[in-house]
Design a protein around this ligand. Structure first.
Ligand code: NI
Length: 158
């Protein structure tokens, strides 16, 4: 059995179930910014699109670039604000989120086991403190952990 079996199952479940739950939330609530500089729920969903597109790139490149693969952080606030997610239709943000995650599922379903062991060096020193080097497998599992953390901020328990 693929070591990513549970992760892939969970991602499939979330991609199928979450959009319907988000569509139940009124637009005013989704786009409300709790404070200037704080993300609205729709912007958190946008942040998950940014996470998806950046990690999709990592999941591809880690398989063929030099090892250790360097995980370069992206400017999360800049990505959210320059994508102007709060001005978009919620449906369009959701369509984007679903499409990129389906492609991530497609990619990770086909990574050979030896590539899952590729060492990935995290650029953020604080994040690395006290931790061993990570692998591509860890990076993929952490992608899901991060997604679930933010989905809970948007819709509560998932
Ligand atoms: Ni985040």
């Amino acid at each position: 059995m693929n070591v990513l079996y549970n992760t892939i199952n969970r991602l499939n479940y979330l991609v199928n179930e979450i959009p319907g739950k988000i569509k139940e939330i009124p637009e005013v609530e989704l786009t409300n910014k709790p404070a200037p500089g704080k993300w609205s729920k729709q912007e958190i969903l946008g942040h998950l699109c940014d996470s998806a597109i950046n990690n999709l790139s990592r999941f591809i490149r880690a398989q063929f670039e030099d090892e250790p693969f360097m995980v370069v952080p992206y400017g999360q606030d800049e990505w959210v604000s320059l994508n102007h997610y709060n001005e978009m239709k919620t449906d369009d943000v959701l369509t984007y989120w679903i499409a990129v995650n389906k492609q991530i599922i497609q990619i990770i379903s086909n990574i050979p086991e030896d590539k899952l062991a590729v060492i990935c060096e995290l650029g953020n020193a604080a994040f690395r403190e006290g931790e061993l080097d990570k692998t591509l497998l860890w990076l993929i599992e952490d992608y899901l952990v991060h997604m679930e953390y933010h989905l809970r901020q948007v819709i509560g328990e998932i």
